[in-house]
Design a protein around this ligand. Structure first.
Ligand SMILES: NC(=O)c1ccc[n+]([C@@H]2O[C@H](COP(=O)([O-])OP(=O)(O)OC[C@H]3O[C@@H](n4cnc5c(N)ncnc54)[C@H](O)[C@@H]3O)[C@@H](O)[C@H]2O)c1
Length: 283
């Protein structure tokens, strides 16, 4: 349903690959709420993904940019403001990738070159996006910038390896740049810490199904789906959240503040009962 929450607002949405992507869902909701925007993704994703389809659906231009390249970002921001005919009110950074996670390297055996890539793609690119936006002075007063994080920034999830470090850095960058942009232009910067979500980025993690199911059982509301995350992001782009800044905001159905749930207890009791049965059979 449209409340025209983003009527008259312009922005850039990074990271839509296919319809499962959080950025894809956000583009659909932003469009429905009256926003105009440019879509961007890495050149390889433009070749492999379906972003042009989304562009047609949202009447949005698609501009390739490797978010680790300041040069690409400079071109993107100047083209986007030209196409949109003015400065920006929102930017979504929905970018993450770890070659170490893809190669299933354990945390103690990370390839350091790849580690640097993970940090560059998944965290430093957030700094670069804001650095270019600031230098080109493309943000409107009371604009909003959002990045996506995961609770592995605060708690250990062994299979998330160097992505956990990248997410900690991402959240720190949101605070530091949020201070700077808040002072300069009343622009807010936040990260949303989202539930495990079935997407290309999520699917690359070893044991993803297990921690998806575990989070589902731990959260009183279950895992938050991508389309609901999109609505939360749009609320942060709207004028209803102007003084929310420098925060890491959980969108996780209650996972982050639940110690243990009845569902998890039941799961453990079931497993224990099966173990006891097996032992009995062996005796
Ligand atoms: N899926 C989950 O379980 C989950 C949970 C919490 C947070 N997140 C975060 O949400 C964000 C979006 O991921 P998603 O789950 O929608 O998956 P996704 O795979 O659909 O999106 C990740 C995007 O990053 C883009 N990307 C990778 N390298 C890039 C580069 N160099 N330049 C520009 N773009 C690049 C990819 O092309 C892709 O579109 C990521 O930051 C991810 O870490 C995901």
């Amino acid at each position: 349903m449209s409340f025209n929450m983003l009527k008259g607002k312009k922005g850039i949405i990074f990271g839509a690959l296919d319809e499962n992507s959080i950025a894809w869902q956000t583009a659909l909701v932003a469009k429905e709420q009256g926003a105009e925007f440019v879509l961007s993704n890495a050149p390889i994703a433009l070749r492999m993904g379906k972003i042009q389809e989304l562009g047609e659906q949202c009447d949005a231009k698609v501009i390739p940019a490797d978010a680790t390249s300041v040069e690409d970002l400079e071109k993107l921001f100047s083209e986007a403001t030209e196409i949109l005919g003015g400065k920006l009110d929102f930017v979504l950074h929905s970018i993450g990738m770890s070659p170490n996670v893809r190669k299933k390297k354990p945390y103690g055996e990370l390839d350091y070159k790849l580690y640097m890539k993970t940090l560059d793609i998944s965290a430093l690119s957030f700094h670069k996006v804001m650095h270019v936006a600031e230098k080109q002075d493309v943000m409107n007063e009371w604009g909003s910038i959002v990045g996506l994080s995961y609770i592995a920034a605060q708690r250990v999830f062994p299979f998330y390896t160097d992505m956990a470090d990248a997410k900690s850095l991402l959240e720190s960058i949101a605070r530091s740049y949020g201070y700077r942009f808040g002072k300069a232009k009343n622009v807010r910067v936040n990260t949303i810490s989202q539930s495990p979500t079935v997407t290309k980025a999520g699917g690359g993690i070893k044991g993803f199904d297990v921690f998806f199911d575990y989070a589902e059982k731990m959260s009183p509301m279950g895992n938050a789906p991508a389309d609901e995350c999109a609505k939360y992001i749009v609320s942060l782009f709207s004028d209803f959240t102007r003084f929310v800044t420098m925060q890491n905001l959980y969108h996780d159905g209650g996972f982050s503040t639940t110690g243990i749930s009845e569902d998890v207890v039941e799961m453990i009791l079931d497993a224990k009962a099966r173990e006891d049965e097996e032992k009995k059979d062996e005796e």
